[in-house]
Structures are given as C-alpha cells and as structure tokens.
Design a protein around this ligand. Structure first.
Ligand SMILES: [Zn+2]
Length: 286
C-alpha cells in the first residue's frame, strides 16, 4: 500500500523525546495498577511492538508551566456512565459522542460537558453525529429514529451557538501557546478530497485531533490496519507532538513512531461499554 513506512518496524526502545524516565516509570506503575483491576484488564489492548504503556494518569501534581489534557472519544451517548473523568485544564472529545446526532442526544452531551470542571473543552464530530454533515441525517438518520427530525442541520448550529465547548471543524485554536487542530469525520471519502482536507493541517500543529486513526497506529480491526494512509502521510510531515483520535474502539491505546505519540482514546469498548480509561497527558506551555 504505497511507500509509507511500516510502523511495525519501529523500535519500542526508542521513547519519544517528550517522555522522561520518571514519566515512563510512573506509566509502568500505572500499567501495573491497571493489570490488577480485572475489569479494566480485559480492555487493555494486546501489546505490539510500537505500543507504549498507558500515559501517566491522575498525577496529584501537574508539572509547572504545563497544560493538562484529558481525552475522551466514542462515548456514544454513554458519557455520563464513565466511572471517573480525571481533572485537567483541557478536555478533548474526538467524536462519536452520540449514536445518531439526534437533538436529545446532542443536548444530553451538552449537559455532560457543562457539568465538567475543565476550563476548556474541545470537541470534533465523528461519523455517528449524522446531523453534523450535510445531507447525512436525511439519507441515513431518518430511518433510525422513531421521530421525524426536521432541519437536522440546525442541530449542529444549536450545539455551536450554545458555546458549551470549542467545536473544531478543519480549524484550530491555540491554548497556552499550544497549537491544536481538529479534523472531524470526513463525509466525502474520495481519496483526492481526503487529501485536500489533510493538506490544510498547519505545519506548526502541536496537537492534532481527528476522528479516524492514521494508518498503522491505533487502527487495528481484526488484525487489519484500517487507518487512513493519507492522514499518516501528513502526520509524518507535520510531526505533531500528539495525534488524538478514536473510531476503532478495540484499538484503544497509546502508540508512537518516535516523533509523534498516537492516542486512540475510544472510551467505549467494541460492545459499546464506556470502560476504557480517559487518557491524560501534560504538555509544556508554548
Ligand atoms: Zn465509535
């Protein structure tokens, strides 16, 4: 499949430059704690040769001059069943917060966001937010609802107008000097269209958010990599410190190619139980 590098060849002993020895040790201790918890144990993905231990989670003290990020994804209208959403400065949701993007589901997600104490909240839309993409609700969603939904396009507009978060759609925001850019699910999956959308990622992006994974990292579905090759190409060029996404629930975990840390933060398991731990990391302010 083209000439992109095979991430399986990457060496796990080559830690990303952002991870100190102390952080690695804490991550290993955290992994041990995780393994002691039978319920969570079942959801830890199989280790492979470019997978990292879970990132430090729930530290009491945040290092000085850092911003703490807490990442959720694929909560599928079950966000309020998450056992614990850790504290942090910025909460990010990588899409699929609903099942169909119906008004009631979107309102419930807004209520969930409003209850959280995080100062900033950033959200992108996933393929399940049917009403967030022109024509998608009318072509798919109306068959899935019991009630006819008029003007589905107003659902996204209301969500944005209510200002319960920063909604990113091929757009970015800078927080504490850290440049963040968000790519939602892309409805038109034509290769050239995808490429034109990925080419908009600013070169100085520090944290990239997308709904879908890039090829080769956090994208294993039944032993097949289903991530986007074009997205990996741009990530390899831009080299953001973090690339956050979801979509493939069973590929939840943290991975690296040596320059970018890839986080598949899918909260729900394959059978839609919101059991995967939210991912937490600290980034020095820019
Ligand atoms: Zn999902």
């Amino acid at each position: 499949m083209g000439n992109h590098p095979n991430p399986k060849k990457k060496d796990q002993s080559d830690p990303p430059s952002t991870t100190t020895q102390e952080e690695q040790n804490e991550a290993l201790r955290f992994r041990k704690r995780l393994m002691e918890d039978e319920k969570i144990k079942a959801t830890v993905p199989a280790k492979n040769d470019h997978q990292l231990p879970p990132l430090p989670f729930d530290f009491k003290d945040k290092p000085p001059s850092c911003t703490r990020f807490v990442v959720l994804s694929d909560t599928h209208s079950k966000a309020d069943q998450i056992k614990k959403v850790p504290l942090g400065d910025v909460l990010i949701h990588c899409g699929d917060f609903s099942d169909r993007g119906e008004p009631g589901e979107v309102e419930a997600f807004e209520a969930f966001l409003k209850k959280l104490p995080h100062k900033h909240k950033i959200v992108i839309a996933g393929n399940h937010e049917l009403s967030f993409f022109e024509g998608r609700f009318d072509s798919v969603g109306q068959y899935l609802t019991t009630e006819k939904v008029e003007n589905p396009e107003r659902i996204k507009q209301d969500f944005i107008n209510h200002k319960c978060c920063t909604y990113l759609e091929h757009s970015g925001i800078t927080m504490n000097g850290i440049k963040i850019y968000g790519i939602p699910w892309i409805n038109n999956q034509d290769k050239d269209h995808l490429e034109s959308m990925y080419s908009k990622i600013p070169q100085d992006t520090n944290i990239l958010i997308s709904h879908c994974p890039p090829y080769g990292f956090g994208d294993l579905l039944e032993d097949k990599h289903i991530g986007h090759v074009g997205l990996l190409k741009y990530v390899n060029t831009v080299k953001p410190k973090y690339h956050l996404f979801g979509h493939v629930h069973e590929a939840y975990g943290v991975f690296t190619n040596g320059s970018t840390i890839f986080v598949n933060a899918a909260t729900c398991t394959r059978d839609l139980q919101p059991e995967h731990t939210p991912i937490v990391f600290d980034v020095p302010n820019g």
